[in-house]
Design a protein around this ligand. Structure first.
Ligand code: GDP
Length: 689
């Protein structure tokens, strides 16, 4: 039987700050569920989920991999998500595919800046979460402080399921509050055996207090538990679990477990908790899909009987072909099925379906709603697309794909590399919608753009390691945007004879700058009055305007915060052609934008710095010099967190600067915030001052 019952399915991810122990925990999960027979350690570069070479070199996990494992009578699809901020898109798209997550905190470092940002993303996608406070064996481990931080920094309500047995180096196990027993983990078989003992007499009072606190939380989600709690009646553990499960799935509480992954302690109770508290696909609200034909929305419960709706949450190159990871929300899929791509309109055929394991793939004859599988044979598909029935196309709400903010020129080192470069870049783009490639019109250079320095650095390394393409690179450059200074109107008449045919178009626009964050809006004013022969002309016209806006008018960057309103299309002579009109639109938009005067916009990043208080003055001074705007400074014990907005162009190499200013004790995270006016000297650099 390789088909899970939906109620026994758990699609989960592990999300955490880098270094909290995600890879180590994943490795233990795979080992105890018999998916792997040997445990590798992160520090010797052997961890199974870290399958890419440079991840092993860096000791961090970048690419999400989906692995299926079995625990008791449950099926767990485990999606490993990245911890580095440069790869948040990976986190986001994994979160779309998940039903629940385990958040790992280090018992020593606690809630770090990046934990907050992944926590916020998980909250955005309403992913129910468990928390594991890991590294309980380390000196300075303090789970109570982490519980406080979950409350104060993340605004979450923790529900502590265990208390530790032994502190720091003497941490040997956990006391399970609901089952009222002490769990220890055998040292001689890598923690595989869990030993159960009565709670030691000297800990019973403490355990009772903690259990009462847990039941009090559960009482908020079940009347019966509440009544028993108020009357002081004993309650079966199963009752309390059901109530806690309800609260967890509603996102109101976060069950907390303790462990030390490296010392093989606390992982089996974590797996039990995944099954007990995290939702199955049946526990979640139906997904909403849009019928492409008429824009109406339908609600799809997780059922194999409904129409197919599957999200391609990751597309990877596998032996030169596409391997597509699919999360099925509704319907069924079989090898050989004809399917539609609701996002592109393409018709496709699924060749094979697989369940992915750590070291092998298992062929499937059927995949049903709720499950996560990988498919081959789908050609025209990118991450974020929706697969659906070939007729009555459906579209799921897309992923938010952030704008790339950094670009890097690459130059092939030799002729062999020149030939392989573009095909290799295309494959990398399948996997990563935040990575774009284009050619600089003036220099002819190939420009890669992405979310940050490390993002591009990893992609360049993969060119060499995965595709054998050697390139040299330029310095990373900030990606700007353009907008207008003032509103303009413009009429463009295009007339040209080519191959005996006259192309003619006459169009008038009004271009108005919008406030920052306004995006690009293309509008056909009173389209009824415009003499266009059909809606396909209108679509063609929109495409031309969009393309023209991408190339910019003054410095070659895409135009944003701008309304382009087509106010008239004239065809008195009856000579208008579609090509002529599109050419007029394209040329006219650029002319008009030039008249409006260029404004250059630079990416501004939201940054969060955590550092010991004594260094804060120095770091704040540094931010000021970087044109930073400090929003707030929060004190957390001896540490301080600075929230600020700083232009990206000032942030190159900041890691090194922060480390030296704080003697290595400061850390920071950064994500794109918005585009804002670039300073005068930048304008001058582009001849716009
Ligand atoms: P990730 O970046 O979240 O995937 O974290 P890793 O699993 O790579 O772990 C980061 C480092 O912490 C590695 O050196 C691990 O060996 C170490 N580590 C992980 N779990 C524990 C733990 O429970 N105790 C201790 N002392 N170290 C741990």
């Amino acid at each position: 039987m390789n088909q899970p019952r939906p109620d026994t399915l758990r699609n989960i991810g592990i999300i955490s700050h880098i270094d909290a122990g995600k890879t180590t925990v994943s490795e233990r999960i795979l080992f105890y569920t018999d998916e792997i027979h040997r445990m590798g350690e992160v520090h010797d570069g052997q961890a199974t989920m870290d399958w890419m070479e440079q991840e092993q070199q860096r000791g961090i996990t970048i690419t999400a991999t989906c692995t299926c494992c079995r625990w008791q009578d449950h099926w767990i699809n485990l999606i490993d998500t990245p911890g580095h901020i440069d790869f948040t898109i990976e986190v986001e798209r994994s979160l779309r595919a998940l039903d629940g997550a385990v958040t790992i905190f280090s018992a020593v470092e606690g809630v770090q800046p990046q934990s907050e940002s992944v926590w916020r993303q998980a909250a955005h996608y309403q992913v129910p979460r468990l928390c594991l406070i890991n590294k309980m064996d380390r000196v300075g481990a303090d789970y109570r402080q982490v519980l406080d931080q979950i409350k104060s920094r993340l605004g979450g309500r923790p529900a502590l399921l265990q208390i530790p047995c032994g502190e720091e180096g003497a941490f040997t196990g956990v006391i399970d509050l609901l089952d009222d027993e002490l769990l220890t983990f055998a040292g001689d078989d890598q923690g595989r055996q869990v030993h159960r003992h009565p709670v030691p007499a000297e800990r019973q009072d403490e355990a009772k207090k903690a259990r009462d606190a847990l039941i009090e939380i559960a009482a908020d989600f079940d009347e019966e538990v509440l009544a028993a709690f108020l009357e002081g009646r004993p309650l079966p553990a199963a009752k309390v679990r059901t109530a806690l499960r309800r609260g967890t799935i509603a996102g109101a509480i976060f069950p907390v477990l303790l462990g030390s992954a490296l010392r093989n302690k606390g992982i089996q109770p974590l797996l039990d908790a995944v099954c007990a508290y995290l939702p199955s696909p049946l526990d979640l609200p139906p997904v909403v899909a849009t019928l492409v034909a008429d824009g109406t929305t339908i609600s799809l419960p997780s059922s194999a009987d409904g129409p197919l709706a599957a999200l391609a949450f990751k597309v990877v190159a596998d032996d030169g072909r596409k391997l597509t990871y699919l999360r099925l929300y509704s319907g069924q899929l079989r090898p050989g099925d004809a399917v539609g791509n609701g996002s592109t309109g393409a018709q496709e055929k699924v060749a094979r379906l697989f369940r992915m394991h750590a070291h092998k793939r298992e062929r499937l004859d059927l995949a049903e709603a709720g499950d996560i599988v990988a498919a081959t044979g789908i050609k025209d598909i990118l991450t974020g697309d929706c697969l659906c029935p070939p007729v009555n196309l459906l579209q799921l709400a897309g992923l938010q794909i952030p704008a790339p903010v950094i670009s890097l020129a690459v130059e092939p080192k030799d002729i062999a590399a020149r030939e392989k470069l573009l095909p290799a870049l295309e494959k990398l783009q399948w996997e990563d919608p935040t990575f774009r490639v284009h050619e600089d019109a003036e220099t002819g250079q190939t420009l890669l753009s992405g979310m940050g320095e490390l993002h591009l650095e990893v992609l360049v390394q993969r060119l060499t390691s995965d595709f054998g393409v050697d390139v040299s690179t330029g310095r990373p450059q900030v990606v700007f945007r353009e907008s207008l200074r003032k509103a303009v109107t413009h009429r463009e008449i295009f007339e040209r004879e080519a191959d005996g045919k006259v192309q003619f178009g006459d169009i008038e626009f009004c271009l108005t700058p919008l406030p920052r964050g306004g995006g690009l809006q293309l509008i056909m004013a009173g389209a009824d009055g415009l003499p266009l022969p059909g809606t396909d002309w209108e679509q063609g016209l929109m495409t031309s305007l969009e393309q023209a806006s991408q190339g910019g008018a003054c410095a070659g960057f895409p135009m944003i915060d701008l309304e382009v309103r087509v106010t008239a299309i004239r065809d008195e002579s009856g000579r208008m052609t579609e090509t002529g009109l599109r050419a007029a639109a394209q040329k006219g938009l650029i002319e008009a934008a030039r008249k409006g005067g260029g404004v250059l916009l630079e990416p501004v990043m939201q940054i969060e710095i955590t550092l010991p208080v004594e260094y804060s003055g120095k770091v704040l001074g540094g931010l000021q010099q970087k044109r930073g705007r400090v929003e707030k400074v929060q004190a957390v014990g001896e540490l301080e967190t600075i929230h600020a907005q700083v232009p990206l162009s000032e942030m190159f190499g900041y890691m090194t600067e922060l480390r030296s200013a704080t003697r290595g004790r400061g850390s920071f995270s950064m994500e794109f915030s918005h585009f804002d006016d670039a300073p005068a000297e930048t304008l001058k650099r582009f001849g716009l001052g």
